[in-house]
Design a binder for this molecule. Structure first.
Ligand SMILES: [Zn+2]
Length: 440
């Protein structure tokens, strides 16, 4: 564990920090260290009248202070090969999601000098065994940035998936900055398997190829009539309808905040992998897949696996996915950055066990405005787990932010499916994906 990972541990005294005042203060007042949360003097916690936490606040990353907008929107063509600066972290951000980053002035000078295209970089992450760089990454667009006293605060948004071009040199520019050549990967559009089997004049009338599976079910008997001319049983074709998996994933995540779960298939495919508790290896596999349909199919399979969240070091049970909840509009799992620039992928859970708290609550640099944080350690092995967030005025009164690299997701058994087709789906793909799981 580096010092960066335990940045809250020795936070008895604010003067330990050497950060610029703007970052120190962020959205918080400077005189509340160690106090229990009292948001009356806070400029941004904005509890609603009911005391509910405003879920817009964490995604705004206001603890970084106010940043300047960076203009530009870069999209590359499908297959375009580009030389780009890469930032290497242990976590991955999928297209549409935000990465906050604090870089030092040395890294900033490298970024500035590297290319004319200053607002785009590639985010690369570790491979499944954490001993190398994974071949796939995501292009990131910087949309806000500001330099303050030798640190640059950046917010960037994921744009497109890309892949390292084999054989091209990866040049180390600093510890986490590299120069790489990538090929941009565009989304493959996938339509209903029936789409091209109908006469154009009839397409408008036939809702059994609708983008909503509930519409398909309404006209299901016509769909079955139509299938009599093809060799496979009717249900095989359902398995290639994107809307089928959208429906199943929404049903499978009924316990989560439904209003935050996207209905658009593409967005859903990235939202799921960004938010559901998957192992690092599972996430890497999804990053590799080229179409929304492939991603949703695999995600549905992952959703059916029974899993728990355990200490990464000693393996003791911490919580399970049913305790996970959304504290931000970005979802359950978001990226935050500490004053040292270390990016944490943090998962919010409503309850946890087998941990000890360390020190007093502090509100400095809090990722959740209005909440004070206390460092959590594993009860058994003292591994740093994350932070407990508490507030006297906001609801929920307490929750836990588990750092993604402090826990592992353990998969206990294959899905207990009474549905033969789903079982087939599992069986045909398991050889590819189960070897890297931790089976009990
Ligand atoms: Zn432990």
């Amino acid at each position: 564990m580096s010092d960066l990972e335990n940045w809250g541990e020795d936070d008895e005294d604010d003067s330990n920090y050497v950060l610029p005042a703007e970052i120190e203060n962020g959205h918080l007042t400077s005189n509340t260290e160690g106090d229990s949360a009292d948001s009356s003097d806070d400029e941004n916690p904005s509890p609603t009248n009911t005391g509910e936490f405003d879920t817009d606040l964490p995604t705004a990353h206001k603890y970084l202070g106010k940043l300047n907008s960076v203009s530009g929107y870069t999209l590359y063509d499908d297959g375009e090969v580009v030389d780009l600066l890469a930032v290497y972290t242990t976590t991955m951000v999928f297209p549409g999601f935000t990465l906050p980053l604090v870089i030092n002035s040395y890294e900033e000078s490298i970024m500035q000098n590297f290319t004319d295209q200053k607002s785009i970089f590639v985010l690369l992450c570790a491979n499944s065994t954490f001993d190398g760089i994974y071949n796939y990454g995501v292009t990131m667009q910087i949309y806000e940035s500001e330099m303050r006293n030798y640190f640059v605060n950046i917010k960037a948004k994921g744009r497109q998936r890309c892949k390292l071009v084999p054989g091209r040199e990866i040049k180390n520019l600093s510890e986490r900055l590299k120069q790489v050549t990538v090929r941009v990967i565009a989304e493959s559009p996938i339509s209903s398997p029936l789409c091209d089997t109908q006469m154009l004049t009839l397409k408008q009338r036939r809702r059994f190829t609708s983008s909503k599976f509930s519409d398909i079910l309404q006209d299901y008997k016509y769909r079955r009539y139509h299938f009599t001319q093809y060799p496979f049983p009717f249900w095989v074709y359902d398995k290639y309808e994107i809307s089928y998996y959208v429906k199943l994933i929404h049903e499978g995540m009924a316990d989560y905040h439904g209003e935050y779960i996207p209905k658009d298939p593409l967005q859903l495919s990235y939202w799921f992998v960004q938010n559901y508790q998957l192992s690092h290896d599972e996430r890497l596999h999804i990053l590799k897949l080229n179409s929304t349909l492939e991603r949703l199919r695999l995600e549905y399979k992952f959703l059916k696996l029974e899993r728990t969240i355990n200490c990464n070091n000693c393996g003791i049970l911490l919580t399970d996915p049913s305790k996970v909840f959304a504290m931000s509009k970005d979802g359950i799992q978001s990226n935050y950055v500490n004053p040292g620039g270390h990016v944490y992928e943090t998962v919010t859970v409503i309850s946890a066990k087998n941990f000890l708290l360390d020190g007093n609550p502090s509100r400095q640099f809090s990722w959740f405005p209005g909440y004070a944080w206390t460092v959590m350690h594993c009860k058994i092995c003292s591994n740093h787990l994350g932070w407990k967030f508490t507030s006297d005025v906001l609801r929920p009164k307490a929750f836990y932010g588990l750092a993604k690299n402090s826990f592992k997701v353990i998969i206990h058994k294959k899905p207990s499916s009474d549905h033969d087709h789903d079982h087939d789906l599992w069986r045909c793909e398991r050889n590819t994906f189960t070897n890297d799981y931790i089976h009990l």
